[in-house]
Design a protein around this ligand. Structure first.
Ligand code: FES
Length: 234
């Protein structure tokens, strides 16, 4: 994406004020990464209008071994929230992207003991209609030990043993195509710990070093219920 296109993309987003590299509104811990356009499993561009409200979509970003959730908050808008990561420092979560400022993305790795979605199973999910862990709908729950996060406030921790929020990924919305582009995230230091913790599993899936490779110009986003063969329903 050249500068002109990127400025155009930024101008069409609800995060315009924080979109441009170097803008003071960008939090220090939010790292720019090469943009990746989100696409469907068949390679066609994913449109904001097609993002379901019933479950999260999973895509890899900024590296092949890092799963992220894309969540449509429905009637809620995401609010920028001041948060902190023990490893990556203070940051402000991005506002929602899309025409209704209700699309958000976060790293889908629980901050308690690093549960994350795999092709076999996911203990972590977006519980759009609620969960036995919480009375409120629209929260992210990790069934491993009961951590709960609110994607409308930067995936801030709501309950459970997690010490801090899920880490945010930044989205830009291309108003012309209704497309979504991942442009950055918080977590460069956290990712190193995750890779160390699951090195063997990640090598099995992606090959030696494959999990550390950038995703490239596109990232496939598919519903969690198709990404993982089984999803916990706590
Ligand atoms: S790993 Fe998610 S709550 Fe413990």
């Amino acid at each position: 994406m050249d500068r002109r296109s990127f400025v155009k993309t930024c101008a069409g987003t609800a995060i315009a004020a924080a979109c441009w590299r170097g803008h003071p509104a960008l939090a220090a811990a939010m790292a720019d990464h090469p943009p990746a356009r989100l696409v469907n499993a068949d390679g066609s561009p994913l449109k904001a209008a097609d993002v379901t409200t019933t479950e999260a979509l999973v895509f890899a970003y900024p590296y092949r071994g890092i799963p992220c959730f894309l969540i449509n908050l429905g009637g809620r808008a995401a609010h920028p929230t001041a948060l902190a990561s023990p490893e990556d420092g203070d940051y402000t979560s991005p506002a929602g992207a899309g025409p209704h400022a209700n699309l958000v993305a976060c790293v889908a790795i629980c901050m308690h003991q690093l549960s994350y979605p795999t092709p076999d199973y996911s203990a972590i999910r977006y519980a759009a209609s609620g969960s036995p862990l919480t009375d409120a709908p629209g929260l992210i729950v990790c069934c491993t030990h009961g951590s709960v996060y609110d994607p409308a406030t930067g995936a801030a921790r709501v309950a459970g043993p997690a010490p801090n929020a899920l880490l945010p990924a930044r989205l830009a919305w291309d108003a012309e195509s209704d497309g979504l582009i991942a442009t950055g995230c918080v977590g460069d230091k956290f990712f190193a710990r995750f890779f160390d913790a699951y090195k063997s599993d990640l090598i099995d899936r992606f090959g030696p070093g494959g999990y550390r490779q950038p995703v490239g110009e596109t990232a496939v986003a598919i519903p969690l219920s198709r990404y993982s063969a089984a999803v916990s329903t706590c």
